[in-house]
Design a protein around this ligand. Sequence first.
Ligand code: 13P
Ligand code: SF4
Length: 357
Amino acid sequence: MKTQPIKHQTAPPRIEVPSHPVWPSLGDVEKEALKQRIIALLKAQNAVLVAHYYVDGDLQALAEETGGCVADSLEMARYGTTSDADTIVVCGVRFMGETAKILNPEKRVLMPDLAATCSLDEGCPIDQFNTFCDEHPDRTVVVYANTSAEVKARADWMVTSGIALPIVRHLHERGEKILWAPDKHLGHYVQQQTGADMLMWDSSCVVHEEFKGFALERLKRLHPDAAVLVHPESPEDVLRHADIIGSTTRLIKAVTEMPNDAFIVATDDGIFWKMHQLAPGKKLISAPTAGVGATCESCAHCPWMAKNSLINLEQVLLGGYNTITVEPAIRAKAVKSIQRMLDFATEHNISGALPSR
Ligand code: 13P
Ligand code: SF4
């Protein structure tokens, strides 16, 4: 297997990790009234909710209740294109809203908070990325979905965690050398699995980066019958302990399909809402983030995903705020790398959706 050193960009941007927002706690009656007002607004505006598994469980429940979608990034991207809603409200992070807008330029795309970004997106500024690509014109540029519209516009392919392996394998079999950005951990995992020649950007997810292999090993000893589920944005010393490595949808499927009664889960704990819903009897344990007594910045919960709540969802629907826009020239280029992925998924029957219940 060919191993390329990780390429460090000259001045990696420093990521400011916000603290988790504190939302007012709502009583049952108040919450129900708020939900009903949102449902009426969605109907009046022919709007649909598209939510990621990491956002608050109330938002996931509402998306399902109102005929929207709760999914991984691959399915979120695809879902908007199949819906006849006029407005797509993306409860997730900014790149998910931008992808929805790029694929559905005629639709209005709103988000509860436009400051809901992602450390991977922030860690790959377009100017530095352009320089990196210019230095390696012989390579096929493959970028993770967690990037800006501008970075996608520079790429040949966009991939999500649910489809990165088959796409890179396909490119490797065609003899193509790859420039990969931005997640070094996912990139390293894909490289190991496919043997592809990959030159990598140096960035990571601040949430998954905090899972620690040594602490996970100790936790495994306390729960020897638990299966270990790991998202591939995690570092290699965490992946080493995994029974299953995969996208959020893949990890949820594992909880429903594996015979184990307990699971140690190394990804954002927002995913527990869906896991509990589909496998209510199973015990879910968060993988340790930084060992005993350590502090952590995200504590297995993405601070940007946490910016989505029922409260700001109602506000954007009332005010029509937080519309996602993508410059037409950027959109025209970015749509190619995204559509290439969606066409590949269709051709190879790859889906990010859970089987319907
Ligand atoms: P998935 O595509 O697996 O849902 O991952 C998205 C993400 O941002 C994980 O941190
Ligand atoms: Fe980005 Fe990590 Fe948050 Fe996913 S969990 S959106 S990769 S910062």
